[in-house]
Design a protein around this ligand. Sequence first.
Ligand SMILES: Nc1nc2c(ncn2[C@@H]2O[C@H](COP(=O)(O)OP(=O)(O)OP(=O)(O)O)[C@@H](O)[C@H]2O)c(=O)[nH]1
Ligand SMILES: [Mg+2]
Length: 249
Amino acid sequence: MAQDLPPGPIIIADWHLCAESKDFFNRILQKKKRRQFGLLESPMMAPHVAVETVQYKVFLSGKSGVGKTCLAARLAGLSTPSMHYETTGIETIVLYWPVKLRENGRVLFFRLQLWDCGENALRRFDHLLPSCKEQVDAVLFLFSFTDRTSFDDLPNQIARWSGPSDQLVKMVVGTKFDLFMHSDVTQREVRQFQETQGLPVLRTGGEVSDGLGDVAPFLNCLAERLWHQDCMAATLPSGPTHYREGALI
Ligand SMILES: Nc1nc2c(ncn2[C@@H]2O[C@H](COP(=O)(O)OP(=O)(O)OP(=O)(O)O)[C@@H](O)[C@H]2O)c(=O)[nH]1
Ligand SMILES: [Mg+2]
């Protein structure tokens, strides 16, 4: 997943491949699979290893059936549903991802809470969108390569999230890229969209493997943008807001 993404300047892209990262990545694994974290759980490091945790809320937006629930499961290392079961309300998944900052070698645990709300439920119940928008840090706008209307719907999806003071990381994700033989959207159109909207487009699809390499480019790209947004906010009078108080774990 996440092809065509040049490594960013902030986060070390292939850190999960370095021997020194093993101790950190082992904390998010259990029996070689991704460990599932409850709302109050977090990775535990040895007492002498101080790692800060930064937490963010990430909303998944897109037409029904584009693959929001699948993407959330994929990023968290869960098995993805093979059938489409409409999500009837809001579902959240918490995942942790360690990163190393290029500039000073600091290691951070990113705690991402993914908010997945069924598109039909969102349209039916007016109170859901305000909850999803509350203190949100990033929105992933999904379209499916096999559903032209989901690509055409992107400007509407994006408009829902534009505001005067939007401090929001925005990324577009093309799902079902594994079904490119049946693609309704050309690469040229995706490139054009990327240029006119000025948003990065990631591509996902295919079998979910247990390995970290599958999700690393995606999660590093997201972490990089979230961290950059925080650094920019730190220059404002209100300062950054995402350090978990006393999160030296
Ligand atoms: N081949 C392939 N199938 C996918 C992919 N992503 C999702 N699907 C399939 O698409 C269908 C719909 O995916 P969901 O994740 O349930 O869709 P959703 O966006 O959550 O839909 P709502 O909850 O109704 O809003 C399921 O049958 C998935 O297995 C992908 O990347 N590749
Ligand atoms: Mg769903």
